[in-house]
Design a protein around this ligand. Structure first.
Ligand SMILES: *Cc1c(COP(=O)(O)O)cnc(C)c1O
Length: 387
């Protein structure tokens, strides 16, 4: 019998789906048990703030995907990034952050950490072993993300991890773009792999969740404590939904990855498209590193259209069918988002000073998606000609 497949089982009953265990209060057997409750951490249960068996099951499943020994889930991807940093970085420390990192992490570093006397330094996202030149005696952590949010830069992860480890600096990588099926940061020497489980793992645009996976037990103890002190616990119902999402992760990702590369190649040939920021394409400067390290084409890329006024972008989005306009990505519905030129230009080490259209490819028929994009590009080039 494959009892391992059963997520929930007791003497009377057994099934394939996990139990949703809701609790704030955890009940203790006796006085002694209660007095010693802190000893149950980091894995055990003492109050809802450190999780219930539903959260532990999800943590186990994500850790297995990441090839990690431990995992801590958080209420959002954003919370996972902040919790990983807050667990280890203190006033007086130096923090290195890739300029292509998730926007909220950069804001947190610049506005909160800097005011708490953390020295924050951004570096070029395409950096490799040269990161060593930025490391100082008080450098505590390096925050990475590849391909970078919106602009899709790829860094040399193993080279950075090697230098960091030899200098005693922690590394955290936001691995959301690839998911653990496409890249496993810990196998490349990274200390903490962060996922916005909101995206691929949940997969249905209906929840927020984050995860931090790691191998080191002491790091795990620190992050479990940080999670509970910062009050970052997740709803068991949301854990259930992510557990359900994980059941189809592999097939969703495979279908989306194949469709995404095909659509990107098609877009490259269309009038009105100036450039695609997407490392799976040979034309992308990050292609060689991407090819060496990554096992999926993801479902997310950015597009730079032939220069035109904002009015033309209006026309593009007004004409765009099937794609929903909205933030986030990784779900079964295709999405389109717009990032104005000013936002790119104001960045440190910008990849472009032009507006960006970012697409997330879902599970719709790829031909329906290319037809929708074709009509939107027609509207764009017509608006350009009229401008
Ligand atoms: C969406 C996203 C996050 C944040 O996740 P939320 O769950 O929305 O807070 C972090 N990193 C990357 C790369 C993301 O795409």
């Amino acid at each position: 019998m494959h009892s391992m497949n059963r997520a929930y089982t007791d003497e009377q009953f057994s099934c394939l789906s996990p139990a949703v265990v809701r609790a704030s209060t955890v009940v203790f057997e006796n006085f002694e048990d209660f007095v010693q409750r802190k000893r149950r951490q980091p894995d055990g249960y003492s109050y809802g703030i450190t999780g219930t068996p539903t959260a532990r099951l999800l943590e186990r499943r994500i850790a297995d995907l990441e090839g990690a020994r431990h995992c801590v889930v958080t209420p959002s991807g954003q919370a996972a990034l902040m919790t990983a940093v807050m667990g280890f970085v203190r006033g007086g420390d130096h923090l290195l952050v890739s300029a292509a990192s998730y926007g909220a992490l950069k804001t947190f570093a610049e506005k909160w950490l800097a005011s708490m006397n953390v020295e924050v330094e951004f570096f070029h996202p395409a950096i490799g072993a040269e990161i060593g030149e930025r490391i100082r005696p008080h450098t505590r952590m390096i925050c990475l993300e590849a391909p970078g949010t919106v602009t899709m830069e790829v860094h040399d992860t193993p080279a950075i991890a090697r230098v960091a480890r030899s200098r005693g600096v922690l590394t955290m990588m936001d691995n959301t773009w690839a998911s653990p099926l496409g890249f496993r940061p810990l196998e490349h020497g990274i200390d903490f792999s962060v996922e916005a489980a909101t995206k691929f793992l949940g997969g249905h645009s209906d929840l927020l969740m984050g995860s931090i996976s790691m191998n080191d037990f002491q790091h795990y103890e620190v992050l479990r404590e940080t999670q509970s002190i910062l009050g970052q616990q997740v709803s068991p119902d949301d854990c259930f939904l992510v557990l359900r999402g994980l059941e189809t992760l592999k097939v969703r990702l495979a279908a989306q990855s194949t469709a995404t590369l095909a659509i990107a190649r098609w877009l490259q040939r269309q009038p009105g498209v100036q450039d695609l920021l997407y490392p799976p394409l040979e034309s992308d400067p990050g292609h060689a590193l991407w090819k060496r390290d990554f096992r999926t084409n993801g479902c997310l890329f950015s597009m730079i259209l032939a220069p035109g006024p904002e009015k033309a972008f209006h026309a593009f989005f007004d004409a765009l069918q099937t794609f929903v306009i909205g933030a986030s990505w990784g779900g079964v519905h295709s999405l389109a988002a717009y990032y104005p030129a000013a936002q790119q230009a104001s960045r440190k080490f910008p990849r472009t000073d032009q507006p960006i259209v970012r697409l997330s490819i879902g599970l719709e028929d790829p031909e329906v998606l290319t037809a929708a994009l074709s009509a939107a590009l027609d509207a764009y080039t017509t608006a350009l000609a009229a401008a």
